[in-house]
Ligand binder design. Structure first.
Ligand SMILES: NC(=O)c1ccc[n+]([C@@H]2O[C@H](COP(=O)([O-])OP(=O)(O)OC[C@H]3O[C@@H](n4cnc5c(N)ncnc54)[C@H](OP(=O)(O)O)[C@@H]3O)[C@@H](O)[C@H]2O)c1
Length: 265
C-alpha cells in the first residue's frame, strides 16, 4: 500500500477537499498531520479515529507567516520524516476588482500564495536532507484562466503555478516531486467561505460547486495522481471549463471575448 506509514501533512484539513484527503490517508494507513485555523473542527474530524498515535492536530493560520517556521519544525519533528505536504488551505473571492478592498486582495494572496510558498520553503531543507518528498499545491482552473469576480483569487493561483513550476525543476534531482492539483468544481464550502469586497463571507452556494464532484471523489483522484507522479492533476472539469481551458491555451483572445459577457456568479 503506497500510503501506509507515510507522514502526510494536509493544510485546510477542517473542510472540503482537505478533510476528505486527511480521512482517506488515515484510512490507508498514513500518519496524518491536520492543519487549519479551526482546531475544534479538526478535533471533530479525528474524534472517531482509533489509532491516536497516527495523527497530529496542528492549528495554523496560513496568513500568519511568522508562525510557519515553528509549525514546520513541529511537523517535521513529530515522526522525524515528512513524505507529503498538501498545500490545500485556500479562500476564494466574489467581488469586482474595482470594489475590492486592498486588505482583501492582500489576504487572498497571503493565504493562497504566500502561505503555501512560505510553508513549502520551511519544509524544503528537511525534505532535501531526507532525499525524498511530495509537495502538492492545490491550485484551481482559475490558476489557468481568470474570470470576472475572481481577479485576486486567480492571481493567487497563477502565482502558485509560477512558483511551483520553478521549484519542480530545482528539486527534481533531489528526489522531491511537485504535483499541482487543479480542481474544477468540487462540492465544498468554498463559495460559502469566499470573501466579498470588504472581507465578509459570500455565504451563498455556487451552483457550479453544488453540481460538482464530491470531495471524496476529488481526494481519490488526487491520491492516484500523486502515486503516479502526474505533473498536474485535474478533477471536476465540467464541459464548459474544458472548453475554456482549451481556448485559454490555443485561442486566448477568443476566450477573452467570451469572458466579457460570461455569466459568472
Ligand atoms: N471546491 C472547489 O470547487 C475548488 C475549485 C478550485 C480550487 N479549489 C481549492 O481547493 C482548496 C480547498 O478548498 P475547498 O473547496 O475544500 O474549500 P473549503 O471547504 O472552504 O475548505 C477550505 C479550507 O481552507 C482552510 N483555510 C481557509 N483559510 C485559512 C487560513 N487563513 N489558514 C489556514 N487554513 C485556512 C479552511 O479551514 P479554517 O477555516 O478552519 O481555517 C478549510 O479547511 C482551496 O485551495 C481552493 O482554492 C476548490
Amino acid at each position: 500500500m503506497f500510503w501506509n506509514n507515510k507522514v502526510c501533512w494536509i493544510t485546510g484539513a477542517s473542510s472540503g477537499i482537505g478533510e476528505a484527503l486527511a480521512k482517506m490517508l488515515y484510512n490507508r494507513g498514513a500518519r496524518v498531520i491536520l492543519s487549519a485555523r479551526s482546531e475544534q473542527k479538526l478535533e471533530e474530524i479525528c474524534s472517531s479515529w482509533d489509532d491516536k498515535e497516527r495523527f497530529m492536530i496542528l492549528p495554523l493560520d496560513m496568513s500568519d507567516h511568522d508562525s510557519l517556521e515553528q509549525a514546520a519544525e513541529t511537523a517535521c519533528r513529530k515522526w522525524k520524516r515528512l513524505d507529503l505536504l498538501v498545500n490545500n488551505a485556500g479562500v476564494s473571492q466574489r467581488s469586482l476588482a474595482a470594489e475590492t478592498d486592498f486588505s482583501v486582495m492582500k489576504q487572498i494572496i497571503d493565504i493562497n500564495y504566500l502561505g503555501a510558498a512560505g510553508l513549502t520553503r520551511e519544509v524544503l531543507p528537511f525534505m532535501i536532507k531526507q532525499g525524498s518528498g511530495i509537495i502538492a499545491p492545490v491550485s484551481s482552473v482559475a490558476g489557468k484562466f481568470a474570470t470576472p469576480l475572481r481577479s485576486s483569487y486567480s492571481a493567487s493561483k497563477m502565482a502558485l503555478q509560477g512558483y511551483f513550476d520553478g521549484l519542480r525543476a530545482e528539486v527534481h534531482e533531489k528526489g522531491i516531486q511537485i504535483n499541482l492539483i487543479v480542481p474544477g468544481f468540487v462540492r465544498t464550502n468554498i463559495s460559502l467561505n469566499a470573501m466579498n469586497a470588504t472581507g465578509g463571507k459570500h455565504g451563498e452556494m455556487d451552483p457550479n460547486q453544488d453540481s460538482g464532484i464530491s470531495p471524496e471523489a476529488a481526494a481519490e483522484i488526487i491520491l492516484k495522481g500523486l502515486e503516479k507522479n502526474k505533473r498536474e492533476i485535474y478533477m471536476g472539469i465540467a464541459p464548459k471549463v474544458k472548453l475554456a481551458l482549451f481556448l485559454s491555451r490555443f485561442l486566448p483572445s477568443v476566450l477573452a471575448r467570451m469572458l466579457r459577457t460570461a455569466e459568472v456568479k
